[in-house]
Design a protein around this ligand. Structure first.
Ligand code: 4HQ
Length: 225
């Protein structure tokens, strides 16, 4: 999807290798921590030099600068939506165990993709790129299919079915074949609430639920007791 978006001119994406901006003749981008301890740290100069060479003075950069780190703000659909409104984004990341604290000063926002530790920030950066770019108008195609996604309204998605009607003894729910659009809407909303209640009860606190939702959720709770 992102490859097509680039071809269509909906998106410009480039990767900069900060090793090319290392100062020493050995092109080293990491060094030992002051105070001792295991592991190496990413040095600030290659990142600062790369930024200035490619994007110009930091204070003149018009977009948001992101830094990938498990210590960051959790990356959510809400954050993806706000980043998708920006014309320019820069993401700082690398393959390293940690970075010099002064690298943080380049960033507007530190983002985490989850509570686990990876070997580098490249995959987290790609996750953010994917989550943000699919929200750019035209990238997913004409239908606004992301509107119905999990999290778009704070709830998990209802179950989906396609042909065949029967498979390995598993039937498509009758209501989906009924042609009754109001009944289908209610069933989907209820199953969306059921999934969220069973799998991610924490999300219900932040979802804005209508009076109808509250009634459906009551039914779900009674059925799941
Ligand atoms: N890393 N969310 C370690 C991550 C990470 C995450 C990036 C690996 C930072 C120092 N980034 N480096 N989780 O695990 O964003």
């Amino acid at each position: 999807m992102l490859g097509r978006a680039r071809e269509q001119g909906l998106l410009r994406l480039s990767v900069v290798n900060f090793r090319d901006y290392a100062e020493s003749k050995h092109k080293n981008v990491d060094d030992e921590p002051y105070g001792g301890g295991a592991g190496m740290l990413l040095k600030p100069e290659p990142i600062y030099n790369a930024f200035a060479s490619v994007l110009g003075p930091r204070e003149a950069y018009p977009g948001k600068v992101l830094l990938m780190s498990p210590q960051g703000t959790p990356f959510t659909q809400r954050i993806a939506e706000s980043l998708a409104k920006e014309d320019d984004l820069a993401i700082l990341c690398g393959h390293y165990e940690g970075f010099d604290e002064r690298i943080r000063h380049l960033a507007d926002m530190e983002l985490s993709i989850g509570d686990y530790v990876l070997t580098g920030g490249e995959l987290p950066a790609m996750v953010v790129i994917d989550g943000v770019c699919r929200l750019i108008p035209g990238v997913l195609g004409e239908d606004a299919s992301h509107q119905a996604d999990s999290y778009a309204d704070g709830l998990l998605e209802h179950p989906h079915y396609t042909r065949p009607r029967q498979y390995l003894g598993m039937d498509v729910p009758d209501v989906l074949l009924s042609g009754n659009h109001e009944e289908i809407r209610l069933w989907r909303r209820k199953e969306s609430l059921r999934r969220t209640w069973l799998r991610r009860r924490d999300l219900l606190a932040g979802a804005d639920l209508s009076a109808e939702d509250m009634k459906l959720l009551d039914d779900v709770k009674r059925e799941e007791e």
